[in-house]
Design a protein around this ligand. Structure first.
Ligand SMILES: [Zn+2]
Length: 316
C-alpha cells in the first residue's frame, strides 16, 4: 500500500470563508456575490453527479505528483478510487477533482475529470468520470465518458481530489462576472484565503460552471514525451492548448497553504456536454465571462504516495 500522511486542516465557519472570498474576488471581478446556501441538487443538469451534494466528512487527497509525469513519465504509478476512499477513511466517498488516467487501463495518456462515487459495503462504484485526450485524426479535443470505454475505477500519475459523503447541506455559492484583474477564478480564491489565513491551511473543493465566455484549457498528448521535460517551457511545448466554450463544468480542488506535504495547491479540470474538456488555466473573455460555483472546506488533508524526489516544474 502506498505511503499515507495526513493532517487536520483549518476549518473556519462557512460565513467567514464566504466573506474572505468575496473581498478577494472583488479585486479581480467586477460583479461578485458570495453567500452560504443549501447545495443545489447536483444530480441535475448540468452537473449530473452521482450524489446530491458536497457535504459530510470532507477531505482533500493529493495522490502521486507532477514528478511522476515530468521530467520522465512513470506509467507504473497506478491508483484506484476504491482503495483511495479506504485510505482516506471514507469508503463510499463521492470524489471530484483533477488528474490523469491509468495508462495501463486506457492504453494512452489523457486528462481525467473526476466525478465518481467509490464502492461501499452496500453498493458498487458509480463512475461518472470523463477523460479528455487529443484526437489523433485532427488534434482536436476528444472528451469521453470513462465508463463508456472502461469498467475499472483506476487513475494514474497524479491527482488532486475532494472527497465527501456527497450529502446535501450548506455550501458556499460563488458568483463572479467580468474579470478586471489577472488572476483566474481559482487562483484568486486560493490567494484570498492565503492572504487572510496565512500559514493556517484552508482546503476547498467543489464545482463551478463557466456559464458565459470561453476559456484556455490544455490536454496532454496521448504519448508521453520521449525526451525528458526539464523546464516549464518544455512542458508548455509538449501540451496541447485549446480555447473552449461555455458551458464548462469544472471540478476544482485548492489549498491556501502547503503545510509541508509537497502539494499541488490548485488543480481544476472541466467537462462539458458538447465534447470539450481538459485542464483549466483561465478564461479568455474577461468582458463577458460568468462563473457560478459551489464549494465546501475540507476537514482533513491526505497525502498519498508523495514523490521522494520533487521539483516545481509543470505545476500550473
Ligand atoms: Zn491537470
Amino acid at each position: 500500500m502506498a505511503d499515507i500522511e495526513s493532517c487536520a486542516l483549518h476549518l473556519p465557519a462557512l460565513e467567514e470563508i464566504a466573506a474572505v472570498l468575496e473581498s478577494g474576488l472583488k479585486k479581480n471581478y467586477e460583479d461578485v456575490q458570495v453567500e452560504v446556501v443549501d447545495c443545489p441538487d447536483l444530480t441535475q443538469e448540468p452537473f449530473e453527479f452521482p450524489v446530491k451534494g458536497l457535504c459530510g466528512k470532507s477531505r482533500i487527497a493529493d495522490v502521486g505528483g507532477v514528478p511522476y509525469l515530468v521530467p520522465t513519465a512513470r506509467p507504473d504509478k497506478i491508483y484506484d478510487i476504491n482503495t483511495v476512499a479506504k485510505q482516506i477513511d471514507l469508503p463510499g466517498a463521492y470524489i471530484l477533482g483533477a488528474g490523469a488516467v491509468s495508462h495501463r487501463s486506457v492504453g494512452m495518456n489523457a486528462e481525467l475529470i473526476f466525478s465518481v462515487q467509490a464502492e461501499s459495503s452496500s453498493s458498487p462504484a458509480v463512475n461518472g468520470n470523463y477523460m479528455a485526450s487529443v484526437n489523433p485524426a485532427d488534434n482536436s479535443c476528444l472528451l469521453e465518458k470513462y465508463q463508456d470505454k472502461h469498467k475499472d475505477n483506476a487513475f494514474g500519475l497524479l491527482s488532486n481530489l475532494y472527497a465527501s459523503e456527497g450529502k446535501p447541506g450548506k455550501v458556499i455559492q460563488v458568483k463572479a462576472k467580468r474579470r478586471t484583474g489577472k488572476e483566474n477564478f481559482v487562483s484568486c480564491m486560493r490567494k484570498s484565503l492565503r492572504e487572510h489565513y496565512g500559514d493556517k491551511a484552508v482546503g476547498m473543493g467543489g464545482t463551478f460552471v463557466i456559464q458565459e465566455g470561453k476559456a484556455k484549457l490544455h490536454v496532454m498528448p496521448r504519448e508521453f514525451s520521449a525526451c525528458p521535460l526539464n523546464t516549464d517551457e518544455d512542458v508548455d511545448r509538449w501540451l496541447n492548448y485549446y480555447e473552449m466554450r461555455a458551458p464548462l463544468i469544472c471540478q476544482s480542488v485548492f489549498v491556501s497553504h502547503d503545510p509541508g506535504f509537497d502539494l499541488r495547491v490548485e488543480h481544476t479540470h472541466c467537462f462539458s456536454h458538447h465534447g470539450e474538456g481538459g485542464h483549466y488555466h483561465t478564461d479568455t473573455t474577461p468582458d463577458t465571462v460568468q462563473y457560478l460555483g459551489y464549494f465546501h472546506p475540507a476537514e482533513y488533508l491526505y497525502r498519498i504516495d508523495r514523490p521522494a524526489v520533487t521539483h516545481m516544474v509543470g505545476r500550473d
